[in-house]
Write a protein that binds this ligand. Sequence first.
Ligand code: NAP
Ligand code: ZN
Length: 352
Amino acid sequence: MYETRAYSAAGAASPLAATTIPRREPTERDVQIEILFCGVCHSDLHTVRDEWHDVMPTVYPCVPGHEIVGRVTAVGSAVAGHRVGDVVGVGCLVGSDGTCPQCRAGFEQFCPNGVFTYNGADRHGTAPVTYGGYSGGIVVDQDFVLRMPGNLDLAAAAPLLCAGITTYSPLRRGGVGPGKKVGVVGLGGLGHMAVKLARAMGAHVVVFTTSPGKAEDALRLGAHEVVLSRDAGQMGRHAGSFDFILDAVSAEHDVNAYIHLLAPGGNLTLVGAPEKPLPVAAFGLLFGNKSLSGSLIGGIAQTQEMLDFCGEHGITADVEVIPIQKINEAYERMLRSDVKYRFTIDMASLKG
Ligand code: NAP
Ligand code: ZN
């Protein structure tokens, strides 16, 4: 084992602070990566503050970060497909058994032995739980290391590893494409990626935002229309008209208002993971055979497919690059919906 610099939280009420963490020596299957950039996901904040206690309690110290882009510094003898010097990505997953029905179907995120990039059971015994990307380096099994397209800005591409795949996957499942009217609720990190992706897939895209100041940006990002969701008149004009709506809101809100906007047979998929349950009116779904779904990140093959799609279409996140020393301030701004539209940590700042 060796030590690397990182930022961790000591408890649910503690700010993130500089520390060192252990990393394993690369095994024959491992890729050792120097982290260049790490995106800041709202899930990092939920986890650091133990807001998902009932589902996935946080083990401290907690080192978040699952939108990782870095350079390969060493590979084990059995590693094929990644070489020293390659620019690679790591998302929300770093392990799975590879043999269960979910793994074989390409849904490693549902493997009973799956390992999340942080706050997951560390099967190598390096630490009680896995430590994520707010660190100088990481060692990852080769099957969970992604190839980054060569044409994308790396700081702006980091958020693809979570925000990108989390929105790409349900948009694909929802059959989003030409002739489809698609809504995106919440113009944050996930939401703005959904807008870019749905537009590139050829759909008619409508953004729902609580922030009037984001309306112009929504159009620039690729939306055809913007609705201020607190304006009942604007909402009413879209009643019964959507094929698919992706809800990427991080806090309590009224999903029934969006079910009302679905056309018969339409689907509302939740990717946002608010701390508290959301009430759903059954009749809203009954009239029109509408459905409500959820979606969790995406499997490894689909993550590579998404990266390649983004490379082809020149899609990255709109990022504000920050030094790691600004991470606590960034969390406060994220809570105020004041992010345009993803923070990315320049990991060189960790040495400062
Ligand atoms: P984010 O950047 O903070 O964006 C969330 C957006 O939701 C805000 O920008 C805001 O958009 C809207 N919003 C916030 N509070 C609201 C409220 N009280 N009422 C209505 N709208 C509100 O967060 P993110 O990183 O995109 O993550 C969004 C959610 O997805 C989080 O809960 C995160 O944990 C979850 N997530 C899920 C997965 C998955 O696999 N399913 C993966 C990653 C993240 P406007 O200003 O436009 O209203
Ligand atoms: Zn995330």
